[in-house]
Design a protein around this ligand. Structure first.
Ligand code: ADP
Length: 260
């Protein structure tokens, strides 16, 4: 898909420059960071900037190399080959974004290996062929390093095939700017949301599996923008998604109520 309207993306560091250089050198990129930290938005923005088609695949536990490369399907009385998203991207010279690649089955990693080094080829075992990637083809993957338990790891030998960028929560000024821009709330309310988020992010002793993301703050901002009570919006969009433990929820809500 070619992105027609410029996506709003607030750069956090020099990630735009790094991505452009990776693209021009035909190097694959890995975006590391927690969910909701702007990785997908960044890829959309870069595809727009470079005027390249973007094909996104949200990987999950069942995602296999067949899903990416292609399969035979039955059409009427015949079986016909249907290219998967990776094969289409390799042929067309698109950017493919494999979101949460560590979640996918191991054969996905095997399939992308020859595309991540000097060979830049895709082997299609079922057809017995190999396809040389279009010069404009770029492989981008995201991965949540999971400083907490329960996340899947990416093997060091796989990680070393990618030029990598870390995404984290932006500094408070930039994060407030993103929230205000995305949800259309006023700057002061946006800053308060960021303050609440940073307070919760610093409560490491709570042992939350995932903490407050920029995405949750944007969602809270949207609820406030359409007129929901601010505290209720924070409870529903920011605090409830974090845990199911009643005592922890209560404590976080009390704390947030004092701040907005
Ligand atoms: P990820 O892919 O890391 O899970 P997303 O890119 O989907 O996260 O970001 C979630 C939301 O947060 C976006 O839809 C956007 O509203 C907002 N966002 C986060 N970071 C940025 C940023 N740097 N610029 C613009 N919007 C951002």
């Amino acid at each position: 898909m070619l992105i027609v309207d410029q996506p709003y993306y607030r750069s956090i560091g020099r990630e735009v420059e790094v991505f452009e250089h990776a693209y021009h050198n035909q190097l694959p990129m890995l975006l590391k960071g927690p969910t909701g930290s702007g990785k997908s938005r960044f890829v959309e923005y870069m595809a727009y900037r470079l005027q390249k088609d973007l094909i996104t695949v949200a990987c999950h536990e069942e995602t296999s190399s067949t899903d990416l490369v292609g399969r035979f399907i039955i059409k009427g009385a015949e079986t016909v080959w249907q290219d998967g998203p990776l094969t289409r991207a390799v042929k067309q010279g698109a950017i493919i974004y494999l979101d949460e690649i560590a979640e996918a089955r191991p054969d996905v990693i095997v399939a992308i290996h020859p595309l991540t080094d000097f060979r830049r080829v895709l082997y299609i075992d079922k057809l017995g062929i190999e396809i040389k990637a279009h010069p404009n083809f770029m492989l981008v993957a995201s991965y949540n390093p999971g400083y907490q338990k329960g996340f899947k790891e990416l093997k060091p030998s796989t990680r070393q095939r990618f030029i990598s960028l870390s995404f984290n929560y932006p500094d408070p000024e930039k994060e407030a700017e993103i929230i205000a821009n995305e949800s259309q709330i006023d700057a002061q309310t946006a800053r308060r949301l960021v303050k609440i988020a940073n307070k919760i992010r610093n409560l490491t002793e709570l042992g939350l599996a995932e903490t407050v993301s920029t995405r949750l703050l944007v969602d809270a901002g949207k609820l406030i923008h359409t007129g929901l009570n601010k505290r209720l919006a924070v409870h529903a969009a920011v605090i409830e998604p974090l845990t199911d433990d009643p005592d922890t929820l209560e404590a976080m809500k009390d704390m947030a109520d004092l701040m907005i």
